[in-house]
Write a protein that binds this ligand. Structure first.
Ligand code: PGA
Length: 238
């Protein structure tokens, strides 16, 4: 059985002080225990959150990393640096990184490989654009992203997949549970029965129940709604 994992993707939001305020409020809320909770703040807020989480089951994730160990790569952060600040998960290949920062299936593959070597759990994001969906290319796009992003791995047990249709991210336009399940079933076929497959794209407390009712949806990668302790805990405790 795949682990159910809810991850908060804060994107470029929250100063250290705002992150501390979030976590103080969030920790007052009782969370159901049979699910893993990961918070992915901006790098700068990670050390501020860590002391609050050492005695909890909540894990810290990063939103990106580079595949080299060290060197002349201005502005980049290595897997070793993430481990040094107690990061356990790392989001790889989010569509915003593919769209604005030139990430490709090949760079995604290098990053996933490096994360696994370093003992980090990669959350690899895939998903089609609106144009691709309307042109009936969703299946082909997902297959290409899976084959290229996961090239060279023998099993996918330590990898988390996040299916995020680009047209549903930050738009309030959630995929219907049926649309999501259709793609999740395709991903399941590729990665096997034990790999966690999250859904992402406008997940809110009021749409998570029907998404989680689908057999191949094992949690969510949450953007906007994860910035608020009540909304994020409402999703986790669906
Ligand atoms: P959203 O973002 O929940 O704000 O749509 C999801 C994501 O980009 O991971």
């Amino acid at each position: 059985m795949p682990k159910v994992i809810f991850a908060a993707n804060w994107k470029m939001n929250k100063t250290r002080q705002e992150a501390e305020k979030f976590i103080q409020d969030f920790l007052k809320i009782k969370l159901k225990e049979d699910r893993e909770v990961v918070i992915c703040p901006p790098y700068t807020a990670i050390p501020a959150l860590h002391p609050f989480l050492v005695d909890t089951d909540i894990k810290i994730g990063a939103q990106n990393m580079y595949w080299e160990d060290e060197g002349a790569y201005t502005g980049e952060i290595s897997a070793k640096m993430l481990e040094d600040i107690c990061v356990k998960y790392v989001i790889i290949g989010h569509s915003e990184r593919r769209q604005y920062f030139g990430e490709t299936d090949e760079t995604v593959n290098k990053k996933v490989k490096k994360a696994l070597e370093a003992g980090l759990k990669p959350i690899m994001c895939i998903g089609e654009s609106l144009d691709e969906r309307e042109a009936d290319q969703t299946k082909g796009v997902i297959q290409r992203q899976l084959e290229a992003g996961l090239a060279g791995f023998e099993d996918y047990d330590n990898i988390i997949l996040a299916y995020e249709p680009i047209w549903a991210i930050g738009t309030g336009k959630v995929a219907t549970p049926e649309q999501a399940q259709e793609v999740h079933a395709q991903i399941r076929e590729f990665v096997g029965k034990d790999t966690t497959i999250q859904y992402g794209g406008s997940v809110k407390p009021d749409n998570i129940v029907e998404l989680m009712a689908k057999p191949d949806i094992n949690g969510a990668l949450v953007g906007g709604a994860s910035l608020d302790p009540k909304d994020f805990s409402g999703i986790i405790n669906y």
